[in-house]
Design a protein around this ligand. Sequence first.
Ligand SMILES: [Ca+2]
Ligand SMILES: [Ca+2]
Length: 238
Amino acid sequence: MKTIATALLLTLLSFNSLSQQRTIPRLTYADIDGHLKEWHNVPGIVFSSNDSTPGVFDEGRKPFDGINDLHVNLKLAWNDDGLFAAIEWRDDVIDTRRVSTRAEARWEHPSGNGARDGMYFSDNIVLRIQRGDNYYYGNWMSPMDQNPHQWQLLRLGPQGTAYTETDKPIMTSRRVENGKVLIEAFWSWEMLHFKPRANEIVKIRIIPTDADQPGIPFEIKERNVKYMHLYKDFIFRN
Ligand SMILES: [Ca+2]
Ligand SMILES: [Ca+2]
C-alpha cells in the first residue's frame, strides 16, 4: 500500500514538474530581420498586467498599469546552429540608457546607502541561462534602443569562479511596426559555450523592466522600479 502511495505521489510530482516546464522548440531557421513570420507556430511567453503567462510575476516596487503600460511577448527556439529569440515589445514611454558593461550598469545610491543594478532604471529585458552549477549566461537587451544588445556575461566553472564579460557580439535586429517594437536575436552555440542535446533542461530567468521616467534621477527611479519575472525549467525539444 505504501509503495502504491509513493508511486502515486511520484507520478503526481513528475506531472506537476512537467506542467511547470516550458518548451524551446526547434526552428529550421530564422532570418534575423525583425520580421517574425517564421515564428507563428512558436508559443510565446507574455508579460503583461492583463494576461501574463502562468509563472510570470509582477515584482517591482510599483505595479504595472494596464495593457498599454507594457506588453511583451517573448519566444525562444533553437536548432543546430544556436539559440533564437523573438520579442514583441509594446511600451507607452521610451526610457533608454546605453550601458555596454556590467560595471557601467552598477549604480550606487548617492547617500552611500547601498548599490543597485542600474539596468532596472531603463527599459530592458534580461535572459539568464543556468545549466547546473557550472554554467551561467546573462544577456541584457534594451528593445527601445536602436541597438538592442547592451551587454552579456558568461561564467563557466563552479560557483565563485570570476565572471567574464563576453565580447562576442550577438546578432540582433529591430523593427517598429504599428507601435510595436519587433526584435530578433541569435546566439551561436559556439559563443554560448554549450550545445544542448534534445530534451536537455536548463533553467531560464527572464525579466523585462519598464522605467517610464526618462530624465528622472535614479534615486527616485529606485523607488518606482517596475519589472516582471519568470523563472522556469526549459526543455529543448526536437
Ligand atoms: Ca525574421
Ligand atoms: Ca511603460
